[in-house]
Design a protein around this ligand. Sequence first.
Ligand SMILES: Cc1ncc(COP(=O)(O)O)c(C=O)c1O
Length: 393
Amino acid sequence: MSIKVNENYKNLAQNYLFKTIAEKVSAYTQANPDKKIIRLGIGDVTLPLTPSVIEAMHKAVDEMGHQETFKGYGSEAGYDFAIDAVRNHYEKSGVILKKNEVFISDGAKSDCGNITDIFGDNEILIPDPVYPVYLDSNVMCGRKVQFIAANQENGFLPLPDAIEKKSYIIYICSPNNPTGAVYNKEQLKQWVDFANESESVIIFDSAYEAFIHGDYPHSIFEIEGSRTCAIEICSLSKTAGFTGTRMGWTIVPEELVCSGTALNPMWNRRQSTKFNGTAYIIQRGGQAALSEEGFKECQENIAYYMENAKLIASALDEKGIWYTGGISSPYIWLKCPNNMSSWEFFDYLLNELQIVGTPGCGFGPQGEGYFRLTSFGSREATLEAIERMKKGL
Ligand SMILES: Cc1ncc(COP(=O)(O)O)c(C=O)c1O
């Protein structure tokens, strides 16, 4: 007799996408140590934290070093100052949140995975292609997942019109990783109406909201009716360069009730039991990032990345390669030239041009034949990459 393991893990795709990429790149660099690789693959930022954030965190470190200002455990849901900073940020989009509806976390990935804890065995709707964590975290707990196809025909923005009306957990990522597609108000309203009518719950991932350019909702809570059907997960990772610093939040409105049970106290209970809060120093940094001055600095960094996106787009234009995104998101989603598969194009870019991107098929079956490039590189690396693409594609 031995210990039973979670057999659902056997149903996960063999390798996490980025692990396979890392292995391929490592094999290439070992075989070609003299070649300079440019990474436009993993969605990690490269610009450092901004001055406001650094100043706030330095101050917080000093506080931790003095008896009178030292902090031990904080509230699991976050310090009031961080919660209020998030609430103020939402107020700019006209969204009013109560204190107890905001839960500060160590980032969106944890919350995207952990949120499955408060739901039973429901059917799951996941856009295809999308950030792979939604799928894998549901596969890990044995949930039945259906894909909603996002493709060129629907502008990578699937709508609920053809979906059977029953209760689902519906994941929506807008702006979308990897396609960069953003829902407008009317389209999101269709999802909210569908969710309310079918007693579904939307899990809305707004990790890239700060990149939105134009009149698109930054939060699902800008949409009428959303407070009875949606949870929102967001992060400072891309907004403020917090990928290595770690702060995000989840919003669970008081009105969200499923099968007679309010989800807000459930999420509170889940977090209080399994999470001991985000570090005080980090929450001070997050508060600074969301302050008026701090957010302006973040927007300057985002503008830098978006200039990179424009440069990449202009190289693709020159080569006649179809792409989308790069306007309200740091990602450019392109169709692999010459009918190459995603991995064929990955190998071509790595072996011939020494550029690393991300194969579209890693984000779902509909991503096959597509490819993601990111604007998170340095200007210098981006310029060099586009020179190589202009010559070699
Ligand atoms: C759509 C989406 N959600 C969530 C995350 C995770 O963000 P965090 O760094 O806050 O865990 C990412 C990271 O790439 C993402 O692309």
